[in-house]
Unconditional design. Structure first.
Length: 386
């Protein structure tokens, strides 16, 4: 389908470039899902295409993509392989957040950018833990960082670490000593004591390989302490980069929608004079998919445009950003469900992509922010305004 949300030739060129990659990725998706494999080949192609530097600022050698550009690319990438898109989204989004918030020492950020641009380094945030759940719930990490002379010693375990088997660096959230403060530490995966334990055994987003990151007496230089959570004034800004999550699931939904429409256009049972696209009920279902997709994409790109074009309003956009995630991920689930109803029992076949789309979009309901948190946030804002 054409992308009516590109606003200029640069964005259109970006979407077309990513589209060529995504179409190739789609040929490997079923195998990686079936075998629970990390899509190493996809990531090699992303590196060759310089996609890892998409959100690195231009002055640091990157492409300087803003939030809107980022979402356009991610939505298109997910149409080819959702697990690849969601995984690389954490890398690109983390860089975008640091660049926008300026929450790091400039020298430290410059070093990170050089690793990404020159070495094609892959990073992710490692914040979730088995005992605390999602960091958005506010728990104190059990992973600790203890000062030892001019070094830091890290110990702990992180769960849901997407791309764990392929990462070069992790941004590890840890409790600083015995204090109530949390810090972020850049951990090189080549260091002694950094390991990955294969714990990822889900039916959804299998290719992300979100295994456990294990840190056992990992010795870091003092400059590995890159950020103290909550110590920057810019933390009043909400995490707009997390919109890569709904963008990814909408991409999967678009793939499901495209498959269902193609099927309806070609499938001609002998009980009908033409393909099932001519059946009023099938047309109604196609219209329902279009309505869900229209609603979700308008909200996603409308709020993203506001973030980019009206930076003075960013501090107020928390509820809107949360609402986008709620609307888009639920719409994505609805679209895939309707697509399966159009295709019928064939959609349950293990060789049919719809059954994987169905499993994968379910994961979006469990990515942050959760639906209950979104509803609570919106309710509190309405009460406060009244």
């Amino acid at each position: 389908m054409s992308n009516s949300f590109t606003k200029n030739e640069c964005q259109q060129a970006l979407v077309e470039k990513i589209g060529r990659l995504a179409d190739g990725f789609s040929e490997r998706t079923a195998r990686n899902d079936e075998e629970g494999l990390f899509p190493f080949e996809n990531f090699e192609e992303l590196k060759e295409a310089d996609y890892l530097a998409l959100t690195v600022p231009k002055e640091q050698g990157g492409q300087g993509a803003n939030l809107y550009d980022f979402l356009l690319a991610q939505e298109r990438l997910a149409q080819g392989d959702g697990a690849t898109a969601l995984s690389i989204g954490w890398h690109l989004g983390s860089i975008l957040e640091i660049a926008e918030n300026k929450s790091w020492d400039p020298t430290a950020f410059e070093r990170l950018c050089k690793k990404v641009v020159q070495e094609k380094a892959l990073i992710n945030r490692a914040a979730t833990e088995p005992a605390t759940g999602s960091p958005t719930r506010g728990g104190m990490p059990q992973t600790t960082a203890v000062e030892d002379g001019s070094n830091w010693i890290l110990n702990g375990r992180k769960s849901f670490t997407s791309m764990a088997v392929a990462l070069d660096y992790s941004l590890v959230t840890a409790r600083i000593g015995d204090t109530d403060k949390k810090g972020v530490f850049l951990a090189d995966h080549n260091l002694d004591g950094v390991g990955v334990e294969a714990t990822w055994n889900t039916i959804s987003m299998r290719g992300t390989r979100s295994d456990d990151l294990v840190l056992n007496e990992v010795v870091l230089d003092e400059d590995a302490f890159v950020e103290e959570e909550g110590d920057q004034a810019d933390y009043r800004f909400p995490k707009a980069w997390l919109l890569h999550i709904p963008a990814c699931y909408l991409g999967i939904a678009i793939a499901a929608r495209n498959y269902a429409v193609k099927f309806a256009s070609e499938y001609k049972p002998n009980s009908l004079p033409g393909p099932i696209k001519e059946v009023p009920e099938v047309q109604r279902k196609i219209g329902e998919m279009e309505l869900e997709l229209f609603k979700a994409r308008q909200v996603l790109y409308g709020v993203a445009a506001k973030w980019v074009e009206e930076p003075e309003k960013r501090a107020e956009l928390g509820p809107e950003l949360a609402a986008v995630k709620h609307i888009a991920t639920n719409s994505a689930n609805n679209i895939v469900d309707i697509a399966m109803r159009i295709v019928g029992a064939r959609s349950l076949g293990k060789n049919n992509p719809l059954q994987q789309y169905y499993r994968d979009v379910r994961a979006g309901l469990h990515n942050p922010p959760m639906d209950d948190s979104v509803i609570s946030m919106l309710a509190k804002r309405a009460i406060a305004e009244y």
